[in-house]
Design a protein around this ligand. Structure first.
Ligand code: ZN
Length: 77
């Protein structure tokens, strides 16, 4: 359900903040960029409160990317 997270994807691109969870309105959200190869990878955005999450494939990894964040194991995609 990536479309639920469109506002959050926009927030990240503007100020590197996920903002309010679109499911439970919690601000306890986070994201992580994972490099797979050659400067490209995927991004996981999630809510620590309700565990809803979204996976975005084929993003470019840059120096501003939010890497090395622990991704919770019990996320719901
Ligand atoms: Zn939530």
């Amino acid at each position: 359900m990536n479309e639920m997270w469109i506002k959050n994807i926009e927030n990240i691109s503007i100020n590197n903040e996920v903002g309010e969870c679109p499911f439970c309105c919690s601000n306890d959200t986070n994201y992580c960029d994972v490099e797979v190869n050659n400067g490209y990878g995927y991004e996981i955005i999630w809510c620590n409160n309700c565990k809803n999450a979204c996976h975005i494939s084929r993003i470019k990894i840059t120096a501003q990317s939010h890497t090395n964040i622990n991704i919770p194991k019990d996320l719901k995609f």
